[in-house]
Structures are given as structure tokens and as C-alpha cells.
Design a protein around this ligand. Structure first.
Ligand SMILES: C[S@@+](CC[C@H](N)C(=O)[O-])C[C@H]1O[C@@H](n2cnc3c(N)ncnc32)[C@H](O)[C@@H]1O
Length: 267
């Protein structure tokens, strides 16, 4: 690793509080070089000087470029269909046997809220208002969490939702839609760094961590998946992104219930 690159990573990690050494080097270089191109720079040393002066909040801009938060409601659709058709009915019948009506979720790397609100919609559609539906939604990015709490979205972000669901769960506001309060109240948004902190809660029924670990090193992924294992109840589900894989060493901890959708069950 060259000196300028290493100094840059150390500086940004120290100043932002986000440990960039936990990300894959190739990924970091691609994202940093993207930002450098936008500023017309070719040299890590030159970029380092700008970061040291932190003109125009460049450190935060770089962090946002690294922790990209692209998403939408019911992203990829099919994992949410599987949640509604298979996972939620199974959890509901298991809970009924022990006379419980609480279902607990964690959306880890929730971006601007589209994923936890989608989970809440699925849970309300399948289980109804009588169940206690509790969703932890965490992300490292403050700006995103602020937007998530506000719950305001443009029509393009809702393109996977039917008109019926939009009318039921959103109020039209200006050129967009705002999540209704009865949906919001199921979700607790919280700043949380998956790479340095432990699980946000325990006894969870379903953990979503989609399109987040893709940027982590193998060692970091193993740490995070181990946290999910500890956070889930026996028989709880872990749902990761379609292009992601569980790190080696988890075959005896999770059973794959749907390989296409990357859905795993804690053994
Ligand atoms: C591409 S978005 C995924 C959003 C959503 N899960 C989905 O699949 O559509 C990745 C999110 O992971 C968050 N993230 C990146 N590194 C993180 C970390 N160390 N801890 C928590 N969240 C992180 C980013 O801020 C971003 O919001």
C-alpha cells in the first residue's frame, strides 16, 4: 500500500470516525478515484492535501461516496415476496404456539429508510395491526438517517409498490409521498457502525443486511455475520443481497432456505 493512499485512509478514518481499513482496498481505490476524477485530480498526494484542509467538507463527501446509499422500496421485489409468502406465515404460526405476538426485525444498512419501511409494509399486510411489529433500522450515514426519519420519497423510489399500497401507507405531499405515522411508529432509526459495534439487539426474528457487506473485507464480513448469528433467535432468518455470499465458516450455523434470494435460517 503506497504512503499517500495509507495516509489518506488514516486521515479520513480518524476525522470521520468511520474505520475505512475495514473496507476492501480495491473497492476503496475505485471510490476514491471516482471522487478524484470529479475534482480533476490524478494523484493521491494532491487529494490528500485537499482532505487535510477539508475545504467544502470534502471528507464527508468522500465518506458518502464510499458508503453509497442507492436503494428503493421493495428492492429486487422477490425477497420481499418470499418474506410475505413464506417467512412471515411461518414465524406467525411458531409465535402463536408459544402465545407471543411480537415479531422483531433489524434492517442493517438501512440507507434512507426504504428497506425498513418495506419490511413494515410486508409485516402489516401479512400479520395485521394486532401484532407488535418492531423494526430496528441502522446505518452509518447521518444524512440518510435524517431522510429516513422524515419519510419523504419521490415517486421513482416507490415504483415497485402498487397504487393500493401507496394509498394505504403514504400521504401525497407536493411532488412526492410521505410515509404515514402509523407505519413509522414500528421503526426505530439509529446510527450504528456494523464494522465496529456489536448487534443492535437480541432475540430478532429476521435480519436484513442487503447490499452492505459487498464492500467489506472477508474478515469484516465474518465479524458482521457472526453478530447477526448472535442477534437472531434459533430459526431466525438472515437475508443478504442477491450478489452477496456468506463468508466461509458459517455452513454449520445457517441453513440456506432460498439460494436465489440469499435467505438463510439460523440452525
Ligand atoms: C447500497 S445501500 C443498501 C441499502 C439497502 N440495504 C438495500 O439493499 O437497498 C448500503 C448502505 O450501507 C451503509 N453502510 C456502509 N458501511 C456501513 C457500516 N460500516 N455500518 C453500517 N452501515 C453501513 C451505507 O451508508 C448505505 O446506506
Amino acid at each position: 500500500m503506497d504512503l499517500a493512499f495509507k495516509s489518506l485512509i488514516d486521515l479520513v478514518s480518524r476525522e470521520s470516525g468511520i474505520d475505512l481499513t475495514k473496507y476492501r482496498e480495491g473497492y476503496l481505490r475505485r471510490r476514491i478515484e471516482l471522487r478524484m476524477r470529479m475534482l480533476g485530480l490524478r494523484d493521491y498526494g494532491e487529494y490528500l492535501k485537499i482532505l487535510r484542509n477539508d475545504g467544502d467538507g470534502e471528507i464527508q463527501k468522500l465518506v458518502n461516496t464510499i458508503t453509497i446509499n442507492v436503494t428503493e422500496f421493495m428492492r429486487d421485489k422477490t425477497p420481499f415476496e418470499f418474506l410475505m409468502k413464506n417467512i412471515l406465515p411461518e414465524i406467525a404460526s411458531r409465535k402463536k404456539r408459544v402465545k407471543s405476538n411480537i415479531v422483531r426485525f433489524w434492517s442493517a444498512g438501512c440507507s434512507c429508510g426504504e428497506e425498513p419501511y418495506s419490511i413494515a409494509i410486508c409485516a402489516l399486510e401479512v400479520l395485521g395491526e394486532k401484532w407488535l411489529i418492531s423494526i430496528y433500522a441502522t446505518d452509518i450515514d447521518d444524512t440518510c438517517l435524517e431522510m429516513a426519519r422524515g419519510g419523504f420519497y419521490r415517486p421513482v423510489q416507490l415504483k415497485n409498490l402498487s397504487k393500493m399500497l401507496i394509498n394505504k401507507y403514504f400521504d401525497k405531499e407536493g411532488d412526492g409521498y410521505r410515509v404515514k405515522n402509523f407505519l413509522k411508529k414500528h421503526i426505530r432509526f439509529k446510527k450504528h457502525d456494523l464494522t465496529t459495534e456489536g448487534p443492535v439487539s437480541k432475540y430478532l426474528d429476521v435480519v436484513f443486511c442487503r447490499n452492505v457487506m459487498i464492500y467489506f473485507s472477508e474478515q469484516q464480513k465474518a465479524k458482521v455475520v457472526n453478530d447477526f448469528y448472535n442477534a437472531l433467535v434459533e430459526g431466525g432468518y438472515l437475508i443478504i443481497g442477491k450478489s452477496e455470499t456468506l463468508p466461509a465458516g458459517f455452513k454449520d450455523k445457517f441453513e440456506c432456505v432460498n439460494l436465489r434470494e440469499k435467505i438463510y435460517k439460523k440452525i
